[in-house]
Design a protein around this ligand. Structure first.
Ligand code: ARG
Length: 485
């Protein structure tokens, strides 16, 4: 459909575009003698983008028409004709039969124009007590609301995958990092559950956005409301809004809802980019913690041995688009005087693009996490390397020998120094060697120096001990199930 348009916007105009251009515009041309220039038409048209809103536009028109009849503003017969005509227009667009034409500017005009062809003059009565300004605000809100609901489902599906993999790996050992330096051993399940938490907050933010968004602009008309005795609560309810918006000027010029969604998506895309980066690191030869499945790996055309994590790299990059869209819309809205200005027509393209990019990123991440292979022995070996249990020795000195943590830290530092010089792990040192550093060390210290023991001991709330991780997964599963009810 979109490519159709670009063909028509060149010098090769369709016969219809040419004829409309030479006359004044049928929808607002009453006071114009001549028509807009070709360039004017091209810069003014938004149909290439907003045709995506045809269902929302027609839903809004149905609600408006039904309300006009109920309020005695529109004859029942006209109302019935309009509703039947709208069904036909919707079916035609859904089947791809509508011929989009930049001379008709946008989706609102296309629907009305086609309605008039189908039912005749009565079509013109639909626009009583409304304007394209409240129409487009309503359409875009409806689209954003549907998008928020769909994204919430997609994010919940990703959470389920994280939970499944976390459960499988609730006791799989891996190094935990700070500064990307091996710090303390953790479990892979615990690491995945960290992302579960991020996504939980993302869903919360999108949910907040949905709750704030859910007021209906329809009936605000061009900017000031209308002199017709309309019932705004009726249209609000018919379209699933909680209530009508309270101020007509605000309603037609507000795009906070789209900005808020983009802001929340920025954080969600940032979270995906962090996990994507970890996948890139983990799949590298130096780490070798993870192997992506064939379905999410790519080869190199020149180096036959390569397995590249292209999907992860692309997910890492997509935040650029999402953030670009947020910035773009924010700049469109910056400094706009009340109420509607045509600048606002530039609102949809970046948002549509970013939502599409985010949706694909999320699907790719869900797929990658769902079937990645964990190379458990590599992870475990790395978990024990680099003296990752040194904190456990220090903690033991505090617990068993009653030392202040700072002293324990110092003694442990000397033990590590000795082991490093000898080129062995802490757990490979003999008791005599340990006691040579500090005589207060006794045999039971050997229980805490292993990686398993280290991880198993971290049972504090939110900690990495497998029992804790399993409890966290359990809670999360219950919360997810409750969401669905
Ligand atoms: N296509 C327009 C948009 O997306 C619809 C609103 C036009 N309103 C107007 N007063 N020209 O913003």
């Amino acid at each position: 459909m979109a490519s159709d348009i670009s063909k028509k916007t060149g010098t090769n105009q369709s016969p219809l575009a040419a004829s409309t251009a030479s006359q004044s515009n049928a929808l607002w041309g009453g006071r114009f003698a001549g028509g807009p220039s070709d360039i004017m038409q091209r810069i003014n048209a938004s149909i290439e983008i907003d045709q995506a809103l045809f269902r929302q536009d027609i839903a809004g028109s149905r609600a408006h028409c039904t309300m006009l009849v109920a309020c005695g503003i529109l004859h029942e017969a006209d109302g019935a004709a309009i509703l039947a005509g709208l069904d036909q227009v919707e079916n035609e667009i859904a089947r791809g039969e509508m011929r989009f034409d930049p001379a008709l500017e946008d989706i609102h005009m296309h629907v009305e124009h086609r309605l008039k062809e189908i039912i005749g003059e009565a079509a013109g009565r639909l626009h009583t007590a409304r304007s394209r300004n409240d129409q487009v605000a309503t359409d875009f809100k409806l689209w954003t609301r549907e998008t928020l609901d769909r994204l919430d489902q997609d994010l919940a599906a990703f959470q389920t995958v994280l939970l499944d993999r976390a459960e499988e790996h609730s006791a799989t050992l891996m190094p935990g990092f700070t500064h990307l330096q091996s710090a303390q051993p953790v479990t892979f399940g615990h690491h995945l559950m960290a992302y579960y938490e991020m996504i939980r907050r993302d869903r919360g933010r999108l949910g907040d956005c949905r709750a704030r968004l859910n007021e209906c602009p329809l009936g605000s008309a061009a900017l000031a409301g209308t002199s017709f005795p309309i019932d705004r609560s009726m249209t609000a309810e018919a379209l699933g809004f909680d209530r009508p918006t309270a101020n007509s000027l605000d309603a037609v010029s507000d795009r906070d809802f789209a900005l808020e969604m983009m802001a929340a998506l920025n954080l969600a895309a940032m979270h995906l980019s962090r996990l994507a980066e970890e996948l890139v690191i983990w799949t590298s030869a130096g780490f070798g913690f993870v192997r992506l499945s064939d379905s999410f790996s790519t080869g190199s055309s020149i180096m036959p041995q390569k397995r590249n994590p292209d999907a992860a790299e692309l997910v890492r990059a997509k935040l650029g688009r999402v953030n670009g869209a947020y910035q773009s819309l924010l700049m469109v809205m910056k400094g706009l005087p009340l109420a509607y200005s045509k600048d606002m027509q530039e609102d949809k393209a970046p948002v549509f693009d970013a939502v599409e990019a985010f949706t694909l990123s999320l699907a790719a991440m869900t797929g990658m996490v769902g079937d990645l292979n964990v190379v458990e022995d590599r992870m475990k070996a790395a978990a024990g390397a680099a003296y990752a249990t040194a904190t456990d020795l220090a903690d033991w000195l505090v617990r068993a020998a009653g030392l202040p943590f700072r002293d324990a830290h110092h003694i442990t530092g000397r033990v590590v120094f000795y082991a490093e010089k000898k080129g062995v792990a802490l757990e490979d040192l003999s008791l005599d060697e340990l006691r040579a550093v500090d005589a207060r060390i006794t045999a039971d210290v050997l229980d805490v120096l292993g990686v398993e023991a280290s991880v198993a001991s971290r049972t504090s709330f939110g900690g990495t001990a497998p029992v804790r991780v399993r409890a966290a997964i359990d809670l999360a599963r219950r919360a997810l199930a409750a969401d669905k009810e």
